[in-house]
Design a protein around this ligand. Structure first.
Ligand SMILES: NC(=O)c1ccc[n+]([C@@H]2O[C@H](COP(=O)([O-])OP(=O)(O)OC[C@H]3O[C@@H](n4cnc5c(N)ncnc54)[C@H](O)[C@@H]3O)[C@@H](O)[C@H]2O)c1
Length: 328
């Protein structure tokens, strides 16, 4: 089985490639990635020599290239995206280009290459915001109500995938997942940012009152869910994936400071993000019931692994910091 992966040099994509090559002998992976600031070939160290793996530097916005590179693949797993909400507020056009037009290119390329399964990686952010203090949860029937250019661009891409299924018969599946954390996550997202800042005794910036809540899933559990969906998931279906671990920003900061033995005074409250969603929570029952998936990591065990990984891989962090200094 040949799997065409987009965005495999990013956080979840790289974890997925490691997971798949470690678990299955009989697969080949083509990693198609344009290497934006978030793409990092260091995330794939150790597998470049694996003959089942091939890297192609390319942009999903380049239809000719992506169609050519996908030739011979059985399955496409589409991770490539601009993924950071704050950046989408500063530069929305980049998000529309990659997440909407780029996804549309991939759909055209998938049809042309007669891909047997197009799996689209999406987010719970497309559903909008839940009230704090309620037990409401997102599920596969929740209407879309995105608030940021990032979530609106991901919502658009989900709609396009379904439209290509309905209109052209493209065999697809979609997963809408909650906040991932773990190795290789670019230090702009809350957990690696707080870890890196805490290592350097720098402030941990919390938006608003710090009480906005997200569901957290250890990235390897997400990879396992994707593996299950592409192999056993029903064509045309969507699966919501979450860790069942709701945490707010203050709780995340406290865990990190406590584990690293750093003072609570490093927490700093900053002006809230515009249109900041208050709470996300995921009802996992469909993927649990239909595919037998459930997260193997508790929040505590996932966080311990994550903290250990960032502690042991300070060189990885330093290389990113050096690259950022060079690009200004
Ligand atoms: N990180 C999360 O918590 C989370 C949660 C749910 C869903 N998702 C989704 O999962 C996917 C991966 O997220 P991530 O956190 O790994 O993102 P990331 O930002 O770490 O990585 C994105 C990757 O895509 C590549 N890329 C960006 N634009 C490209 C283009 N035009 N052509 C080719 N490659 C391009 C980048 O170089 C990078 O390697 C995204 O679609 C995101 O929306 C992420």
């Amino acid at each position: 089985m040949k799997i065409f992966v987009t965005g495999g040099a990013g956080f979840i994509g790289a974890n997925f490639i490691h997971y798949m090559l470690g678990k299955h002998d009989d697969i080949e992976i083509i990693n198609f990635d344009s290497l934006t600031y978030a793409g990092n070939l260091e995330n794939l160290k150790g597998i470049e020599a694996d003959e089942r793996y091939k890297f192609v530097k390319g942009d999903v916005c380049d239809l000719t290239h992506v169609t050519e590179a996908m030739k011979g693949a059985d399955i496409a797993v589409h991770f490539a995206a601009e993924s950071h909400v704050d950046r989408s507020i500063l530069e929305p056009a980049e998000f529309i280009k990659t997440n909407v037009l780029g996804t549309h290119n991939l759909l055209m390329a998938a049809l042309k290459n007669k891909i047997k399964r197009f799996h689209h990686i999406s987010t719970d952010e497309v559903f909008g915001s839940l009230e704090l203090g309620t037990k409401d949860m997102f599920n596969e029937e929740t209407p879309y109500n995105p608030h940021s250019p990032y979530s609106a661009s991901k919502a658009s891409s989900d709609h396009l995938v379904r439209a290509y299924g309905d209109t052209f018969g493209l065999p697809f599946t979609i997963t809408n997942c909650s906040n991932n954390y773990g190795p290789f996550q670019f230090p702009e997202k809350i957990i690696p940012l707080f870890l890196v800042n805490a290592f350097m005794d720098k402030p941990l910036p919390l938006y608003g009152d710090g009480k906005s809540t997200r569901d957290y899933l250890y990235v390897e559990d997400h990879c396992e869910a994707i593996d299950l969906v592409i192999n056993k998931g029903k064509e045309g279906e969507t699966y919501c994936v979450g860790g069942g671990a709701e945490k707010n920003g203050i709780e995340i900061a406290n865990v990190i400071l406590e584990k690293l033995g750093k003072p609570k005074e490093l927490v700093t409250f900053v002006e809230d993000r515009s249109a900041h969603d208050r709470r996300y929570a995921i009802d996992n029952s469909k993927i649990k019931k239909e595919l037998g998936w459930q997260p193997k990591h508790s929040f505590e065990s996932g966080m311990q692994k994550t903290i250990d990984w960032y502690t042991e891989n300070r060189g990885w962090i330093e290389n990113i910091r050096a690259r950022q200094r060079i690009s200004g």
